[in-house]
Design a protein around this ligand. Structure first.
Ligand code: ATP
Length: 324
């Protein structure tokens, strides 16, 4: 392998820049060329490439988002699109790819590999932490810190006005952000897709909280929660059943995706970026680099895509116990 292409695809996440930097510098260290591919697979189809040496990635380790930009590419889902992408890679002498993204991006990488035997390695980059084969995806830790900080601020108002707040957080179909940030911010209840508490038990729990002397409450709701009502309908439901509560809703939204990456995400990105390059240079392909028990590990892309990343049952228990 003489020239490695690197791209970011799908939703952006803090730490992607640190990963790009690590890939570019590991290439320089091992004397292979590195090419940045802009706008994910769409840029691969359009030949939007830039050669990157170690100085091209200065001052980005501390930046959120992705300097290579990200995109969702419908064209890459067609054989014609992938054919164009392959022709561009060949023309530019690129003979391996590092794909930083989520499971959709990994699916694209797998298909591309199966069609052209093109070496690909994935780095998990998404704040949702919904990828099998890694305890942490890039951006997840930063998002947790952002959410905890936001809930701390909301709590000031909840306390001052004796209010109940429903705070909706991101995470797609996974409850990792809600569960961890909920525990970290001292939420009274945490509603996650993996555990359907049910409306009756929610009301019951809020009643108990009130009876035990709590004057304000924070309920963290994962966006993918399956209680059967969205966060605004939940507010109405609780107000109907507990008129004594003054309920407010806060949907945190895209602020959770941005911002300065945490130290944890920067270090993780650096480790995964180096390992991705080393793995390609060892002649391996179709693997995702990840972190398990604080060791950098390799998981077949297929498993990373199909496997379920589960929330930790112990965390659910802790959250139940400490919200008494
Ligand atoms: P996030 O978790 O942030 O959404 P993601 O990587 O899962 O990230 P997707 O939008 O699902 O984001 O996928 C990113 C891109 O990967 C798509 O826009 C498309 O170009 C490519 N891709 C996804 N699925 C396929 C597929 N089945 N075949 C080819 N390419 C695909």
């Amino acid at each position: 392998i003489k020239k490695i292409g690197v791209l970011t695809s799908g939703g952006d996440a803090p730490g992607m820049n640190a990963a790009i930097r690590a890939v570019v510098r590991a290439c320089a260290f091992y004397n292979v060329e590195c090419v940045g591919i802009y706008r994910g697979y769409q840029g691969m189809i359009e030949g939007d490439f830039k050669e990157m040496g170690p100085r091209a990635v200065k001052n980005i380790i501390n930046k959120g988002g992705t300097v290579l930009k990200s995109a969702r590419s419908k064209e890459f889902m067609t054989t014609e699109g992938r054919q164009k992408a392959h022709a561009n890679l060949k023309e530019n002498g690129i003979d391996a790819l590092v794909v930083i993204g989520g499971d959709g991006s990994f699916t694209g990488a797998e298909i591309f590999n199966s069609e052209y035997k093109f070496p690909v390695i994935g780095i998990p980059g998404t704040i949702d932490n919904d990828i099998f084969g890694t305890s942490h995806t890039l951006g997840y830790d930063t998002a947790l810190n952002t959410v905890v900080e936001a809930i701390d601020k909301i709590r000031d108002t909840a306390n001052s006005h004796n209010r109940l707040f429903f705070v909706e957080v991101m995470g797609r179909d996974a409850g990792h952000i809600a569960l961890n940030a909920g525990i970290g911010a001292g939420a009274e209840e945490i509603l996650i897709p993996e555990e359907n508490l049910g409306l009756d038990r929610l009301i019951d729990s809020l009643r108990k909280s009130k009876e035990s002397g709590k004057t304000s409450s924070i309920v963290v709701v994962a966006e993918g929660d399956k209680i059967g009502k969205n966060v605004f309908e939940l507010k109405d439901y609780v107000e109907e059943n507990m008129p004594e509560y003054d309920v407010r809703v806060s949907v945190l939204g895209h602020m959770q995706r941005g911002g300065t990456p945490s130290c944890f995400d920067r270090v993780l990105a650096s480790r995964l970026g180096v390992k991705a390059v080393e793995t390609l240079l060892e002649g391996k392909t179709n693997l995702m680099v990840g972190l398990l028990q604080d060791k950098v590990t390799l998981t077949p892309l297929e498993q990373a895509i199909k496997g379920q990343s589960r929330v930790d049952a112990e965390l659910v228990k802790v959250s139940d116990i400490i919200s008494i």
